[in-house]
Design a protein around this ligand. Structure first.
Ligand SMILES: [Zn+2]
Length: 168
């Protein structure tokens, strides 16, 4: 059984999600890293973050990427090709317009495209859905009963995760 914990960045209102499973309680996965919380350091003593799925590379969704990778150096980053380009470029990821321009250019990135599947906890498949609109490289992720998304709704955008049974 999966569990999803949500962290909200109070400045930017963006979300970070921690996915865990009782299949392997020592393993965890993240969707976006828009906030760095003391809680991550507490997690470090008993859990390994295996990977980070990025919905897109706007600053408020990647803010803590360096801190999380330094705590969990074996962690891989999964994102679209455009997101990888944006991670390197502070203007594309919009951090240029904030106090601390952010650039991430390490080679621990695995590119995802429509339909790509990644196995979590040696048993559960996460599926990639390309959802351009809010940002050219936006991805959503389908994982059992959850969908993690950043979608464009006319003039406004909405992000979060939903339990499919309630959504459909
Ligand atoms: Zn954005």
């Amino acid at each position: 059984m999966l569990s999803v914990k949500q962290f909200v960045n109070s400045t930017f209102n963006s979300n970070t999600y921690l996915i865990k499973s009782e299949i392997n309680p020592r393993s965890g996965w993240l969707v976006d890293v828009g906030i760095f919380s003391d809680w991550f350091e507490g997690l470090h003593s008993h859990c390994e973050i295996e990977g980070i799925f990025l919905t897109h590379a706007h600053y408020d969704h990647i803010y803590a990427i360096h801190e999380v990778i330094s705590l969990f150096p074996k962690c891989k980053i999964y994102c679209s090709e455009f997101t990888r380009t944006s991670l390197i470029d502070p203007k594309l990821n919009l951090s240029f317009y904030h106090e601390e321009p952010l650039s991430y250019s390490f080679d621990d990135i695995e590119l995802l495209k429509e339909g790509d599947r990644i196995e979590l906890f040696n048993r559960i498949e996460l599926m990639t859905i390309e959802t351009p609109g809010h940002n050219k490289g936006s991805l959503s992720f389908l994982l059992e009963q959850y969908i993690f998304y950043r979608r464009f709704l006319g003039s406004r955008t909405q992000s979060g995760y939903k339990i499919k049974k309630r959504q459909y």
